[in-house]
Design a protein around this ligand. Structure first.
Ligand code: VGL
Ligand code: ZN
Length: 212
């Protein structure tokens, strides 16, 4: 372990690469503009053994009957917000269906470098933006336990999308006590109705360090 840990004296540093999957890249079902531009940035960080002790990838992983898909909510269209058991939920085009090409990681992502892959959003009735907690804010994904067990104290996040899964993962991680940095040059946003500005404000007030 290196003794140059930024922001923490002894804890290990983890890189968390969020949802760099085909459906969030150009040509995908829920394409984020310029989404594939995050791949070289993520790969450079994944290869930087001096900067990180632990490398985690997350993967959005929905069953075909997932409640976040507009098609599973008759009378509703993609990008509408509906009320579900745990509060407001944005409806999306079907994306990242388990086992589909769209759910696969971008083919150029250096997935072999990862220690751990966390799948989320696999429960039909609960969406999961955060790498830590599903959208009901109570169901854990298990990532916190994994990081704690490995002695991780600081997190650097890149990936897709800045204003959804990166945002909720960063704010969730800060709430759990991690020292969280989001490297914006390795992120791209959906930006639905000002959601990028909202995400930047929320991350700042949660104490997340936003760089790049
Ligand atoms: C995401 C919308 C729906 C994301 C996932 O990875 O940001 N956004 N599912
Ligand atoms: Zn999703």
């Amino acid at each position: 372990m290196s003794d140059t840990t930024p922001g923490s004296a002894a804890g290990l540093r983890a890189l968390i690469v969020i949802d760099v999957q085909n459906d969030f890249c150009p040509g995908g079902a829920l394409a984020v503009a310029d989404g594939d531009a995050v791949v070289p940035v993520a790969n450079e960080l994944l290869s930087d053994a001096d900067a990180f002790d632990v490398r985690v990838l997350t993967q959005d992983w929905h069953p075909p009957d997932h409640l976040s898909f507009a098609v599973n909510n008759p009378g509703h269209e993609p990008y509408e917000v509906i009320e579900v058991s745990y509060g407001p939920q944005v409806l999306w085009p079907p994306h990242c269906v388990q086992g589909s090409d769209g759910a696969a990681f971008h083919p150029d992502l250096a997935t072999d470098r990862a220690d751990m892959i966390v799948r989320k959003g696999f429960r039909p009735a609960v969406d999961s933006y955060s790498a830590f907690f599903e959208n009901d804010q109570t169901t854990p994904t298990g990532l916190d336990g994994y990081l704690r067990a490995r002695g991780v104290e600081s997190l650097t996040m890149v990936g897709l999308a800045t204003d959804f899964c990166v945002r909720y993962s960063a704010v969730g991680g800060a709430g759990l006590g991690y020292d969280v940095t989001v490297a914006l040059d390795g992120c791209r946003a959906i930006d639905l109705d000002g959601s990028l500005d909202g995400a930047l404000a929320e991350m700042a007030s949660a104490g997340v360090n936003v760089t790049g």
